[in-house]
Design a protein around this ligand. Sequence first.
Ligand SMILES: [Zn+2]
Length: 427
Amino acid sequence: MGKIVEDGMSILNPNIETMDRKKLLELQLERLQMVVNQAYSNVDFYRKRFDEIGLNPDDIKTFEDLKRIPFTTRKDLMDNYPYGMFAVPLRDVVRLQFPLGMYGNPIVIGYTREDLNIWSELVARIMVGIGITEHDIIQVAFNYGLFLGAVRFNQSAELIGAAVVPTSIASGEVQVRIMQDFRSTVLASAPSFALHIMETIQRKGIDPKTLSLKIGLFGAESWPEEVRQSLEENLNIEAYEIFGVTELIEPGVAGECLAKNGLHIFEDHFFPEIIHPVTGQPLEQGREGELVLTTLTNHAYPLLRYRTSDVTSLNSQPCSCGRTLARMSKVLKRTDRMICVRGINVFPEKVEEVLSGFEGIGPGYSLTPRGKRGMNDHLTVGIEASPKILGGKEQERISLKQKIQLAFRRAVGIGVEVEFAKGEELS
Ligand SMILES: [Zn+2]
């Protein structure tokens, strides 16, 4: 499967991935007009939006016209919970996903069989692009319970004939044992968890050269370049990034190639824009701003100009790998207050929601993520507590802390440390 280009790099879908950009723009425009029509005809939310501002789907003839369509935000998705954003009847939907840790109403994302097939191909494109073949054994150490896209690695690996070992979040010891026994050649995980596995290997005094590992595929949280260097050196691998957006597909919107010089966005399925996060004005190419994506082929859940809150920049110059798809820079910042701990998204709004379920605490609180090398693996929640609680019995405070910790685990999916404080100590 795939075509080997001159320099030995492999491309799964060369017709698309190396398409002349003029032709690509034509394809995008054609698909854009289709998705706008589909959204207008089948999603009440979009029909109302368009009617309110007197916009007709047929008015969208160019990419310039796209700017006339208002942004779609996370709040819109919540307001239309559960099925208000769906463009197909439920009988055509074969997968429903709702990300934990969102605040307010949950978000439910639907996929048709065709949507899932496309998604699998996109992750497979990334795998092939970084040299994964049917000879590889991919150890998937993503949290299958909380990172909804983890299962996509299984489907995509099947597409290219590679073997998958879903180790999920088994302990570092177990991961290393499996890595040795099964001779895993690829590690796919959140970078913070890869660091944890790396430290286990070091603690056990294992020489990474004795492992079969050669490739790392990391995503679900942002990671600085120094983490890449550390993982590459200490695990004796080449490390690549895979990127996704929870509300569209995650992972699989974009991924790095062997050049490690930006993440190719799958522009045949997503139309990217970069906007100023405050004014909403589109920015010229190369400028850093908020990534806005329009889905071009989603059947069940089309999103027009969706604000991702991820900060990046775009580059459509040709890449040394031969791909013509634009590249986005590594996402290291967000426009909202979301923080990421061990690959799990934590919204401050969700924290407030959890705290509001208890008496005598809040409204003040503080979030202190901790971890090595700029990656968060612990979260301490400082909580304003009433004098009655602070001056009360130790046993009662411990019991309340445990209840709050349990509520966090249920609502956000991670364990946190809880500390009580006076309100003024938290500012
Ligand atoms: Zn490339």
